[in-house]
Design a binder for this molecule. Structure first.
Ligand code: SF4
Ligand code: SF4
Ligand code: SF4
Length: 378
């Protein structure tokens, strides 16, 4: 398999920017959706760029995920885009975009998804507290020091080669070089139009990706086993969520939670005061606002099949609850039941719209787990 070797003396960010500039200047692209530093300099936002001179201000691979890219795309491309628009995304953002396309929240026609080998992202709060230190930490991350990365990134095994149209491959490449890998006919067409030939071997990159994937899979299995011990069972789960403010920010930043009216914010859960009083009497006392646990369990039931482990919810949580790790753990388990991986393929149907006679056969009997010597049905 071959890719197009490009010079990247200024790093992969410069190589991506150069391609986007050529696309805009040669009018192959109508617009480009790409992250850019905000004017205050202390965070990043998405910018829809039409004039290539503005690309100088953009940063295709920012240190943090301040807004999940699929959320930005769904706000813009729900009804389709006119002309050809390139969106530069991390692999987990591509996978979320694919899920949203299947959920009919994004129209992929006309969108050209551009991705890169992802080094990970820094925790958003750490970056916002000290952006200068954050920029220095990101340099460390780019040079392979993962200790500064978000927890979800340390165990992300899907950090490369999502189903994007063009992918910038840097793993295993010599310094100052990158390869562009075309993942679709429209990606190939764009390279052809810009006269970029796919002539260089991708063997070294494929080996380096496979090696890192294996390491990350092992790290993910170990981290999830340890985390499961921390949160398994009603008592530990309630303890993990004890600082939850019930603010639902995790829901609002999640790319997959697209409902215009969330059930957990609807009138349906508002009880008459007397009912609340009766519940309080029954228990002796009652936490308000109510239904914190129900919100998390309900959200998991609604979207864990499409969770892409992007970490946006955990980044945004004001109480530092490991919400992305919770959702990744449950997401991996539910997706495994259906032999499904969120965002892996555009054509693979969502499990919720397909029916197989033998699915869930191992779960037909009531499912029990024993926690601290007592049995709890779930
Ligand atoms: S989860 Fe982290 S490492 Fe994985 S693609 Fe997203 S930002 Fe990159
Ligand atoms: S639940 Fe969290 S980790 Fe999963 S897709 Fe939503 S924001 Fe990303
Ligand atoms: S987990 Fe965090 S973001 Fe989500 S509702 Fe609780 S406090 Fe808010």
């Amino acid at each position: 398999m071959n890719g197009a070797m490009v010079a990247a003396p200024g790093g992969v960010q410069q190589a991506i920017t150069d391609l986007l500039r050529r696309g805009l200047d040669e009018k192959v692209l109508n617009a480009v959706l790409v992250p850019a530093r905000v004017p205050a300099g202390d965070s990043f936002a998405w910018l829809l760029v039409r004039d290539s001179s503005v690309l100088e201000e953009t940063q295709p691979l920012p240190p943090v995920m301040s807004v999940q890219g699929a959320r930005a795309i769904s706000r813009y491309a729900r009804g389709g885009v006119s002309g050809k628009v390139a969106a530069v995304l991390r692999p987990c953002e591509v996978r979320a975009t694919v899920e949203l396309a299947k959920l009919r929240q994004v129209e992929l026609d006309g969108l050209l998804l551009v991705s890169m080998d992802c080094p990970g992202a820094l925790p958003l709060k750490t970056y916002l507290d000290d952006p200068q230190q954050g920029d220095a930490d990101f340099e460390k991350l780019l040079s392979g020091d993962e200790t500064v990365a978000r927890e979800v990134c340390k165990t992300c095994h899907l950090f490369s080669r999502p189903v994007s149209d063009l992918h910038f491959a840097t793993l295993g490449a010599d310094n100052g070089q990158a390869s562009i890998v075309a993942g679709s006919e429209q990606g190939r067409l764009l390279l052809d139009t810009l006269r970029i030939a796919e002539k260089s071997s991708l063997d070294a990159w494929e080996r380096a990706v496979a090696e890192r994937q294996e390491q990350r899979k092992q790290a993910r299995t170990q981290a999830q086993a340890a985390f499961r011990q921390d949160i398994a069972g009603p008592d530990k789960l309630l303890e993990t969520l004890s600082q939850c403010l019930n603010c639902h920010v995790c829901r609002s930043v999640c790319p997959i939670c697209y409902c215009r009216q969330c059930y957990f914010e609807s009138q349906a859960l508002l009880m008459p005061p007397d009912n609340t009083l009766a519940r309080a009497r029954r228990k002796g006392g009652m936490r308000l606002p109510t239904d914190t646990l129900l919100f998390h369990l309900g959200r998991m039931a609604h979207m864990s099949l499409s969770c892409v482990s992007c970490g946006a919810c955990e980044d945004a949580c004001p109480s530092s609850i490991p919400v992305a790790r919770m959702f990744s753990l449950v997401g991996d388990a539910t997706q495994k039941q259906f032999d499904y991986t969120a965002g892996r393929s555009v054509t693979e149907p969502l499990p919720t719209i397909t029916y197989k006679e033998d699915e869930l056969s191992d779960l037909v009997a009531p499912y029990f787990e024993t926690y601290s010597g007592r049995e709890t049905a779930s």
